[in-house]
Ligand binder design. Structure first.
Ligand SMILES: Nc1nc2c(ncn2[C@@H]2O[C@H](COP(=O)(O)OP(=O)(O)OP(=O)(O)O)[C@@H](O)[C@H]2O)c(=O)[nH]1
Length: 285
């Protein structure tokens, strides 16, 4: 959904459960801000029993002390019974703030949370913070990091991507979930926002072109079609290489133009990577 359309979203009045069927099946539960789910009338175990991650969204453009205090109460409640739940705080709508103010806001939220948890005897709670906005790619990046923590095979995927990069002259490789445009794994070199953005935009281009010039494939087909790959040469001498891995995932690599001169080698290594990945997911099932 483009950001401008979010202006017309209706307010959430009840818990909305959205099942996501992708490389891994999960559900996103959207809670209305005003709902007190710690009230004894709610079934605490039903809400938190099978939760992988709690994403707490704080509006950085608004007064945040009250939502923050609710966050603290929630963390303390779930720490007692479900300490394994990942707690992720999105300091959201930061597009309206200056760079300095963004960081100050995040620091303030972190400090208040740490103090409150320590005062209640919880000194070692892991809370992750993300600065997010729907007007750039930061919201996708933050979701990527949250989802990655829920993938048991993440370490193996990273290793496979590292091997692929070092053997094929690839500078950065992302494994993307095509529909949501979140990346489920990348190699262990640092992620810079620009590489992520360009790879994410590349997916849009490919999806648009495929919708016009593509052909219908059997929707039940899990395997990727052999020819589903694409290369774009950028003006700065870099090359983007995309290969469909299966019906949910695409591999996107950023490399120098000399590396793609040995395209046969890259294609072969990507094929080996694709086979390995298939086996990893088969074992995980
Ligand atoms: N500036 C800015 N506005 C945003 C951002 N994200 C959402 N909004 C706006 O905030 C408004 C509320 O968005 P919602 O997603 O409905 O917010 P919510 O907190 O889920 O609200 P409820 O549905 O009532 O729980 C919309 O008008 C969005 O356009 C952002 O990153 N930056």
């Amino acid at each position: 959904m483009p950001p401008t359309e979010t202006l017309f979203l209706e307010s959430t009045t009840r818990i909305q459960k959205d099942p996501i069927h992708s490389f891994m099946d999960f559900q996103v539960w959207d809670f209305p801000g005003q709902l007190n789910f710690l009230d004894p009338t709610f079934d605490f175990d039903h809400i938190f029993g099978e939760l992988g991650a709690l994403i707490w969204v704080i509006d950085a453009q608004d007064e945040y002390l009250e939502p923050l205090s609710k966050l603290h109460t929630t963390i303390i409640a779930i720490q007692r019974f479900y300490p394994a739940i990942n707690i992720e705080v999105f300091v959201h709508k930061v597009d309206g703030l200056s760079d300095e103010y963004k960081l100050d806001t995040q620091r303030d939220i972190m400090q208040r949370t740490q103090d409150e948890l320590s005062d209640n005897g919880f000194d070692n709670v892991q809370v992750s913070y993300h600065l997010t906005s729907i007007y750039d790619h930061s919201i996708f990046e933050a979701f990527s990091k949250v989802i990655q923590k829920l993938i048991p095979q993440l370490g193996t995927l990273e290793n496979l991507l590292n091997i692929l990069c070092s053997n094929s002259g690839i500078e950065k490789a992302f494994l993307f979930d095509v529909l949501s445009k979140i990346y489920i794994a990348t190699d262990s070199s640092p992620v810079d926002m620009q590489s992520y953005e360009i790879c994410s935009d590349y997916i849009d281009v490919i999806v648009d072109v495929s919708e016009i010039y593509g052909y219908l494939v059997d929707p039940l087909q899990e395997e990727a079609t052999v020819e589903a790959s694409s290369i774009i040469r950028l003006q700065n001498g870099m090359v983007l290489y995309l290969r469909e891995i299966n019906k949910y995932l695409a591999l996107i690599c950023l490399m120098r133009k000399d590396s793609i001169e040995k395209q046969g080698l890259v294609d072969f290594n990507v094929q080996v990577f694709q086979n390995a990945l298939q086996r990893v997911f088969e074992v995980g099932r």
